[in-house]
Design a protein around this ligand. Structure first.
Ligand SMILES: C[S@@+](CC[C@H](N)C(=O)[O-])C[C@H]1O[C@@H](n2cnc3c(N)ncnc32)[C@H](O)[C@@H]1O
Length: 296
């Protein structure tokens, strides 16, 4: 079975990462002292299924998956990155996948087609592996990492992103503003405790700060003067979440790119896709890559 996604935003996401990786490798080719790692924290099976019936919920498994035709199935980002040989391949590839079946499929596809690439395909949690990556980079100064973080929802802990502070990392991350975070911000502000916990872990902020950013108090005037104070959700919280995450990234990286907004076929915002880096040249490339010429 393949991973299943739908909608052209998936193509856009892959096109951006591949275009950036090529530009990144062009520059790194000149840095002869440096070794490059491609770190993919949510690697998938190596294939994705383009299924229009899943366009509003790109990561659900489809019970009809076995009926998919070859035309529905596309190469996932992992294989597209491995396909890059010009200007040069990465020196090392590190793919993390939590689902054992997907990890095995990716391993199988890589083993068959990319024998000359130095790959690790591990079953594990991206959060743990981001921390391991940080430890590795601290010990091995010659390495520079391009990270691609492509989660379903709010599964990346803020503490895992913070672990990358001060390191030679360019981090592309899909921030699940529309698909996940905004859904947790319920209209009346009565967010269940467990959801507030996940927002705190995801944003690295305290619940009161989060509430202050996304809710306001409004006074409802009653006929007899007994006014009522109500809590109301702010407007355009999806984009505000994207802006907030970019501000949070800016506390870890020197530079954060503009966001590329990924929308589904109903034109609803699903993710804000952005990059953090400590390198001003990388920032310029990232902002260039997300300009309309790369949009499919
Ligand atoms: C959006 S899909 C990845 C698609 C892939 N990046 C691509 O473009 O081809 C997310 C993948 O992450 C895996 N996953 C979910 N939670 C994870 C975690 N905490 N750590 C690592 N992988 C995880 C899922 O099994 C799924 O295959």
């Amino acid at each position: 079975m393949t991973n299943q996604f739908g909608g052209s935003w998936t193509d856009q996401k892959m096109a951006i990462v591949v275009a950036y990786a090529k530009a990144y490798l062009t520059i790194m080719k000149e840095q002869r002292w440096a070794k490059t790692i491609y770190f993919d924290g949510f690697a998938g099976s190596g294939s994705i299924k383009d299924n229009s019936s899943l366009r509003n919920n790109n990561c659900l498994l489809d019970s009809n998956a076995e009926m998919s035709t070859a035309e529905d199935i596309k190469k996932g980002t992992a294989l597209r990155i491995l396909d890059i040989s010009e200007p040069k391949p990465f020196d090392l590839y590190y793919f993390v996948e939590k689902n054992e079946s997907y990890q095995q499929q990716l391993l199988h596809q890589i083993g068959r087609r990319y024998v000359d690439r130095k790959c690790h395909v591990v079953k594990g949690d991206c959060n743990k592996k981001l921390n391991d990556l940080a430890g590795f980079l601290k010990q091995n100064n010659e390495f520079r990492a391009l990270c691609f973080i492509d989660p379903y929802g709010m599964s990346v802990k803020w503490s895992s992103i913070e672990a990358l502070r001060g390191l030679g990392v360019d981090l592309w991350i899909l921030v699940p503003t529309g698909v996940s975070a905004n859904r947790v911000l319920v209209n009346d502000g009565n967010i269940p405790d467990v959801w507030l916990n996940s927002l705190e872990i995801f944003l690295g902020l305290k619940r009161d700060d989060i509430k202050r950013k996304f809710y306001k108090e409004v006074i409802q005037h009653n006929l007899f003067g007994d006014d009522l104070t109500l809590v109301e959700k702010e407007r355009d919280t999806v984009n505000k979440l994207g802006k907030l995450y970019a501000e949070r990234l800016q506390t870890v990286f020197n530079f954060v790119s503009e966001s590329f907004v990924l929308r589904n076929s109903m034109n609803s915002i699903m993710y804000h896709f952005m990059m953090g880096t400590n390198n001003p040249v990388a920032l310029k490339i990232a902002n260039d890559v997300i300009k309309p010429k790369y949009k499919l």
